[in-house]
Each structure stands twice: as structure tokens, then as C-alpha cells.
Design a protein around this ligand. Sequence first.
Ligand SMILES: Cc1cc2nc3c(=O)[nH]c(=O)nc-3n(C[C@H](O)[C@H](O)[C@H](O)COP(=O)(O)O)c2cc1C
Length: 163
Amino acid sequence: MIRDKNKINDLAQDISNKADEYINKLDNEDMKNDLKRMISYYTIFKNAPVLILIYGSGYENDAYNMQKYLGEDEEKLQKLLFPTAPIQNVSAAMENLLLATSNMGYGTCWMTGPIFAVDVIENHIDFKKEGYELIAMTPLGVPIGDKIIQPMRKPLEEVVTYL
Ligand SMILES: Cc1cc2nc3c(=O)[nH]c(=O)nc-3n(C[C@H](O)[C@H](O)[C@H](O)COP(=O)(O)O)c2cc1C
């Protein structure tokens, strides 16, 4: 958790600089424009008083190990790697954090965008923990206004399949 507003602001600037570096390197206009369009979303935490970085660690996938041992084909094995438990653990904790803090009147934003510059982030915060990787982050603060701009929700039929 970073609780130094200047440090948070500097981190956002470093991430923005890294994006500029990539933009200058890229000769693909679509990729360039995507990054230019997204960078404000990747640094949206810049004015927050607190920034929480969520790390998670991987662990052995027993089903994968067993079926690999039995010589199952690669396509089948890849399916077992897709729903990674460590990501799901962290996501549940993240969701609880966002709900609990929101209930206390704070504003947050689930973020993974800045992770494109994970090296920059870890250099900046001088934090590395063996076996753990940065999975998500969220600013935390009191929202400036009480107006919540929420994107349209997809209709239920589009996201639920009834069998
Ligand atoms: C996994 C994940 C990563 C996200 N990364 C970012 C991000 O880097 N920057 C950003 O502005 N919003 C990001 N968002 C979107 C906001 O968190 C979003 O506004 C929030 O999830 C509210 O949900 P809604 O858009 O469904 O209302 C992300 C959302 C999720 C679920």
C-alpha cells in the first residue's frame, strides 16, 4: 500500500513516460493509437491519496501435473491451466476489498492496465517478493462527487446461458 500522494503521482508519471517510450518505438499505428487512447485509464489513480497493489503467488496445479504425467495432449492440458486458482483467489480478495471500502464511503477502481509497465512500477516502489507477481491495483480515496457514471449493463440473456 502506498500512502504518499507525491509517490503515487510520480509513479503515474513514470508509467506515462514508459507509454511514451513504447509509442515512439512502435511503427504500428493501431497499437500506437490504442496505447495513446488507454494511457489516461492506466494512470487514472494519479490523484489518489492511497494506492493498493495486489500481489499473488502461483502454486502447483495438481490436475495439470497428473494429466501431464499421464501423457494427455497439449490442447487438453492448456485448458487446465486457463482457470488459474491464484488469479481467482486474488480476484475474490480484490472484490471484497472494493465492496468493503465502498461500503465505508471510499472510491476505488479495479486496475490491471498499468501492469504493462510492471518493471517501472516495481523499480519505483522498490518492492519484489520471491514467487509473487503484481496482479491488480486500486486507488483508494474519497470520491470528488457522488455522481457515478456507470456503463450500460449487457442484458442478462447475453451473459447467462440457461441449459
Ligand atoms: C480486471 C479489470 C481491470 C481493469 N483495469 C482498468 C484500468 O487499468 N484502468 C481503468 O480505468 N479501468 C480499469 N478497469 C475498469 C474499472 O475498474 C471499472 O470502471 C470498474 O470495474 C467498474 O465496473 P463497471 O465498468 O462494470 O461499472 C478494470 C476492470 C477490471 C474488472
